[in-house]
Design a binder for this molecule. Structure first.
Ligand SMILES: *Cc1c(COP(=O)(O)O)cnc(C)c1O
Length: 344
């Protein structure tokens, strides 16, 4: 597949903004090239535009070289940048599989790109024949969210691979929840499928939602285009430092993930026995999609008790469902106590 043939002609043609720090690569002790304030307060210089140190720290963890890593101001920026690279407004379209993460649609609407929705099957898996039938020559991006938000399940590997091999555009696999999943990451397909983009984030398992840092892994061609389109200094120095600090603490991170998985199992077991709970969907993420007898009343009751959950009752295929994030042991215990009280 020729990736260039999918790219908007104006993007292929454009010359990227070249910053002072891009143009000067050598060693110097006096920097009078970027109109910065010269007095050192730790933050007076522009940061590395490509956050190279963070990418080098990610390489051993992900098995992907820095040249195949994009960093964005959250995954949301990666989604938006991809939309603007590949989709001609009012001409191209993207495919999404509802129920799923809301940002794909928001980004498409912002960019005036048409949306084609192919619902998941009843067991929350991609409907592969329907997806391929819905695509045409203007279908530039297919968004697969696995593990999926809000359903919580991972997609079957054979379905993802069939779509990678047969969809004639970019396939984005959004793996925001991959660290909680029993399924392997799609990263191992990078060498084989030049149309694959894998997105991950520091917002969930890494516990850094506030720093806003998302990752995308893809071919050098796609990463080069993403770096060309992004704002030059999209990852600020404070974020780069927070990521580097976190990436040194992989042992603590692994322990935190194990604890959340343990709590997910405990919470599911305790919810199982409650009369207001009808079904607990299996989860590969740090949340549970739970069908209850009266979702709106349950939601309101929990709010009165100071607990906010996500009401997904009006979402396709999620009728009756609340989405519960796995909290601390104390928070989960309080949630179960309140749901027990509500069940009486
Ligand atoms: C939470 C989440 C993200 C994270 O987005 P950021 O912008 O990196 O915080 C991405 N995708 C999905 C499906 C999510 O649920």
């Amino acid at each position: 597949m020729q990736i260039e043939s999918l790219v908007r002609p104006n993007i292929l043609k454009m010359k990227p903004y070249s910053s002072a720090r891009d143009e000067f690569k050598g060693r110097a002790s006096v920097f009078l090239d970027a109109n910065e304030n010269p007095y050192d307060n730790g933050l007076n210089r522009y940061p590395d535009p490509l956050a190279w140190a963070v990418k080098e720290a990610l390489t051993p963890l992900k098995g992907v070289p820095p040249s195949q890593i994009f960093l964005g101001n959250g995954s949301d920026e990666a989604i938006d940048v991809l939309m603007r690279i590949f989709c001609v407004p009012q001409q191209d379209n993207i495919l999404i599989l509802p129920p799923t993460y809301g940002m794909y649609q928001v980004s498409a609407e912002t960019c005036d790109v048409a949306l084609r929705e192919v619902p998941l099957t009843a067991d929350f898996q991609p409907d592969v024949p329907a997806i391929l039938a819905a695509a045409d020559a203007n279908s530039k991006i297919l968004f697969l969210c696995s593990p999926n938000n809000p359903t919580g399940n991972a997609f079957e590997a054979t379905k993802i691979e069939t779509l990678l091999a047969n969809f004639k555009g970019i396939v984005v696999v959004d793996e925001a929840y991959i660290d909680f999943s029993s399924q392997p990451s799609a990263l191992h397909w990078l060498a084989q499928y030049p149309n694959l983009v894998v997105m991950q984030t520091f917002s969930k398992a890494w516990g850094l939602a506030a720093v806003r840092l998302g990752m995308a892994f893809a071919s050098e061609t796609i990463i080069g285009l993403m770096n060309k389109v992004k704002p030059p200094y999209n990852i600020n120095l404070l974020t780069q430092k927070a990521a580097l600090t976190a990436l040194e603490k992989t042992t603590e991170q692994a322990a935190a993930i194990r604890e959340i998985l343990q709590e997910r199992a405990t919470l599911a077991a305790q919810l199982e026995g409650l009369s207001c709970v009808k079904k607990i969907h299996s989860s590969d993420a740090n949340f549970l999609l739970v069908e209850v007898a009266d979702p709106n009343a349950t939601y309101r009751f929990l709010l009165e008790k100071g607990i906010v959950v996500r009401n997904r009752h009006t979402v396709l295929l999620c009728e009756g469902c609340l989405r519960l994030t796995v909290g601390t042991p104390a928070e989960n215990k309080y949630l179960v106590e309140m749901l027990t009280e509500f069940s009486k």
